[in-house]
Design a protein around this ligand. Sequence first.
Ligand code: PLP
Length: 376
Amino acid sequence: MALNWVEIDLSALRHNFLQVRARVGSQAGILAVVKSDAYGHGMIPVARELASAGVDFFGVSKCWEALKLRSAGIVQPILILAGIEADDIPEVLEKDLRPAVYRTDHCRLLNEASRGAGKGARIHLKIDTGMGRLGIPDRDLEPFLDELAGLRHLEIEGVFSHLATSDEADKTFSQEQLDRFRRVLRRFHDRGIPVRYAHIANSGGVLDLPEAHHQLVRPGIMLYGSPPSDEILCPAPLRPVMTLKTKILQIKEVPAGQSIGYGRTFTCPRPMRIATVAVGYDDGYPRVLSNRGEALVRGLRAPIVGRVSMNLITLDVTHVPDAAEDDEVVLLGAQGSERITAEEIAAKAGTISYEIYCAIGKNPQRFFRNGSDGLA
Ligand SMILES: Cc1ncc(COP(=O)(O)O)c(C=O)c1O
C-alpha cells in the first residue's frame, strides 16, 4: 500500500456526530466545523458522511473551502467563519454561502452586489464577546446595526460568537461571555431584528455548557473523537477517527554501547532489538517526541529511541520477540487492546490534539474506512 499512511474511520465520525446530536437534542441544529481539511481528516469524505448522517450546516474558514464543498455536491448551508474578501462576493452570492461579517465595508459591498444580482445575501454577524480576535466588539454593536439598517438586501440569518475558555474546568469567563452574548441577542430582539440562528458553542460548549446551545452548535474536535481538553469530562464516549500506520523496514540486534540515530542521543544500555520504521517528522509526527514517544508493535507499546528523523523512527522492540520486518506499526490509533491517542502525543509534544491531527492528516496516503467495509 505505502510505507506509511493514515486511515480515517468514517463510522467513528458518524458515531461522534450522533453523540453531539444526543447531547444537544432536537432543538439545536449542528454546524460541523470541517475547516482545515476537517482537521486533517479529509474535508470532502467527512462532509459527505456527516451530510448523510443529517448535519444541518458546515463551517469552514475560507471561501475557497466552501466552494470546494459545493463542487463536491454538498448542498447544506456553509458558514465561512473567517469572513470574506471583496473578490469572494460574486461566488458567495452564486453559491449561496453564508459569510461571517464583522466589517461595515463588507456589508456595503455585499448589499450592493446583492442588489445587482437581485438576490439577498444571508450573513452571520460575528460578535467579539471576549475572545479578542475577530468580531464586532459587543460595545460597538449599536453603530454597526445603525449602518446595517439601511442595507436592505442583507438578511441577518445568524449572530454568533466564540468561547475562549469553554475547554477549561473553570467556567467563570465562559459565563461572562454567555452573559454578553445574551445581552447582544436582546438588543437584536429590542430592535425588532429577527435572528434565526444564535450560536456560540464549540465542543467545550456542547459538552459542558448546555445553556450555550441556542439554535445551533459548532463542534469541531469532538467530531474527530477527541475531547477539547483533559479538563473536560466526555460523558459521551467518543471514538477517535484517525490512525497513523507504518511498517518495520528493518530489525537489528544491537550490542550494548552502540548509539542510535542523529546526534547520538540514545545509547543502548544493554543488547537491544531495534526496529526502524518508515515514518518521521515529514509525516507530521513531532520531532520533539524523540526518545519520548511510543508506537504499537504487535499490540505492545514500543518506546522511540533516538531522534525522530524526517522519514525514519527507531523503536526498542526488545520486549516484543515476535516483531518482524514488514510488521504494521501504529503511531496514532489502536492495535490490539492498546491505543495511542492524539491527546497523549500532544501532551508529550507540548501542544493540543488539534495540531497533531492537522499535521498527521496532511499525509497524501489517506484511506477512508466505513465500519467493517474495509478501506475505500
Ligand atoms: C469559530 C469557531 N467555531 C467552532 C470551532 C470548533 O471548535 P472545537 O474544535 O473546539 O469544537 C472553531 C475551531 O477552531 C472555530 O474557530
